[in-house]
Design a protein around this ligand. Sequence first.
Ligand SMILES: [Zn+2]
Length: 62
Amino acid sequence: MIRTNDPIQDFLNYDYEQYLKEISRPVCCECGDYITDEYLWDFHGMYYCEKCMRDHRERIDD
Ligand SMILES: [Zn+2]
């Protein structure tokens, strides 16, 4: 990160870097959130976050 001798500018730079990091993340097509987990589910180019996949998981009883 770029450091200046201005603490406010430093804070803004940090915020901006976090923002850039976030918008480069894939977006979950179910909840619309940025996927910040280590894994995502990719179904033919549709991304799902772990939480949404867990919501869709169903138990199969024999
Ligand atoms: Zn989701």
